[in-house]
Design a protein around this ligand. Structure first.
Ligand code: HEC
Length: 470
């Protein structure tokens, strides 16, 4: 080795390289310095100034104000310039790190079309960042678009479409003290029906505007026992990993859910709603409750497909007990595998973990051995139980025998700002300080014929798009 190296003209070559790199480095510095020295004057002459009135309001109206308006769920309004200006720095920080809007999905892999996409485009992020960097100016008030009116949130949003709800289920009241730690309250309510009924839409809201301030998120799951059905539809752990019954409902950030045409959920007599209210203190004592509105299909009208809320765990099971072992100061990866017994449409992806949750991926391993990344939430945040609901024509349709591969990562180190104590060992459990990892997925099983006709349609679409055009 030594002799070989000696025989090569390493010295002069390395020297030339060093000179070249230094020159390049100086050029970079020079460019940066000159741009900085010339400052905004140059930027402004090259590109028009970014202003609140012209550029920022359209982004706020489409991506932020739904939550950030007076009376909305967020702590401050981002409607007028006066309201928004004090938050400029915080806005830049939150949008650059993709913490806000709460859309924590990796946008470079997997399915990217959703019904409820809140995310900003790269261009929209750049607009907010430049606006803040340039001093967050108002611009010409004449450029301001009309103020967007937000609907009065006191009533049911779906009432316009479906009339009064068929059932309204109440969580019961909780009193949140003026100061204190966050609470995850999990009461159980009865569903007052005496015969099986099909659900076509659901909506959730805090009962009063005051409640909107303390409720960070509300989940409502349906709990009902159908052990035989589970055995018929699901395999292995999936048949019994959902606890006492079949859980199937949920909501957050999105106020309501209308099931796809000819699809619904079935309520059985004796069912319960199992709530999870994430509550936080806001400096004054507030008592409120959540309400769930259920819109039923008319009696006798049955949708063709029933959708089930599945919990696909990333944790192995030993003797029916889920296992998770997270040592102190480590990042832990776990995996779970779930076989689809029938062809199926996956409607959404909602990762569920607790304070140490970091990321979760859902992949499909197809019967031909190929693998498809469906969704990857790369910066999971426990405060936001965001549900990623696929657009109608983007929801994956998978053949029987597909294996869903769920991978979860927990971050039990100091790098995780939500971590209460990285020196603790953490195991599987229901408490917020314990951990778990599963994906909530609404699954609609379809028949083999339906699957075949779906495949045929896809083929003809591909042929049509590949056909030469003149
Ligand atoms: C789905 C509702 C929702 C949307 C959409 C949303 N936010 Fe928020 N935002 C919240 C809530 C709730 C909080 C307070 C709790 C938290 O930080 O998680 C918050 C907090 C913030 C904060 C931090 C406030 C503080 O106290 O420091 C900033 C800044 C912010 N949002 C900016 C934005 C911007 C900019 C957008 C749009 C690009 C946006 N948000 C979209 C709900 C939302």
């Amino acid at each position: 080795m030594t002799s070989l190296r000696k025989s090569l003209p390493v010295g002069p070559l390395a020297f030339m390289l060093a000179v070249l790199m230094t020159l390049a480095f100086i050029t970079v510095i020079a460019t940066t310095v000159s741009a900085q020295a010339l400052g905004n004057a140059v930027k402004n002459s090259a590109q028009p100034q970014v202003t609140f009135a012209k550029d920022v309001v359209p982004v706020l109206q489409t991506k932020c104000q739904e939550c950030h308006h007076t009376g909305g769920m967020a702590p401050m309004s981002l409607v007028t310039y006066e309201e928004t200006r004090p938050w400029a720095r915080a806005m830049k920080q939150r949008v650059e790190t993709r913490i806000m809007p709460p859309w924590h999905l990796d946008k470079t892999v997997g399915i990217q079309r959703f019904q409820n996409d809140l995310s900003l485009s790269e261009e929209q992020i750049a607009t907010i960042v430049r606006w803040v960097d340039e001093g967050a100016p108002l611009g010409n008030p004449k450029d301001l678009p009309p103020v967007k009116q937000w609907p009065n949130e006191d009533g049911w949003q779906l009432a316009k479409q479906f009339g009064a709800p068929d059932l309204v289920i109440d969580s019961g009241s909780y009193t949140m003290p003026a100061h204190g730690q966050d609470v995850w309250w999990k009461p159980l309510s009865d569903v007052p029906i005496t015969e099986p009924r099909w659900v076509r839409a659901v909506e959730i809201k805090p009962a009063t505007p005051a409640g909107r301030r303390i409720m960070h998120h509300v989940l409502a799951r349906l709990q009902q026992d159908e052990p035989d059905l589970r055995k018929a539809l699901f395999t292995g752990n999936d048949a019994d990993s959902n606890g006492p019954g079949m859980l199937m409902e949920w909501a957050i950030g999105k106020k309501y859910d209308i099931y796809r045409p000819d699809t619904g959920k079935l309520l059985m007599p004796g069912a319960h709603i199992w709530w999870e209210l994430h509550l936080h203190s806001v400096g004054e004592e507030i008592t409120d409750h959540a309400q769930l509105a259920i819109y039923l299909y008319p009696k006798g009208q049955e949708p063709k497909y029933r959708t089930y809320l599945m919990s696909y765990t990333a944790n192995p099971t030993i003797n029916g007990q889920l296992q998770l072992d997270i040592p102190p100061n480590t990042v832990k990866e776990t995996e779970g595998f779930h076989v689809l017994k029938h062809p199926a449409i996956l409607q959404n992806f909602q990762p569920h973990m607790h304070l140490r949750g970091k990321a979760m991926a859902m992949e499909a391993i197809l019967p031909d051995g190929s693998t498809q990344m469906l969704s990857f939430v790369d910066h999971f945040n426990f405060n936001w139980m965001t549900n990623y609901i696929y657009a109608d024509d983007a929801a994956p349709v998978l053949p029987a025998g597909t294996v869903l591969h769920i991978t979860a990562w927990h971050d039990n180190t100091v790098n995780n700002p939500n971590n209460p104590d990285p020196s603790q060992w953490v195991g599987w459990g229901e408490r917020t300080v314990d951990e778990m990892s599963h994906a909530w997925v609404n699954v609609t099983f379809i028949t083999d014929e339906d699957y075949q006709s779906y495949v045929a349609k896809q083929k003809s679409k591909q042929l049509a798009s590949a056909a030469p055009t003149r």
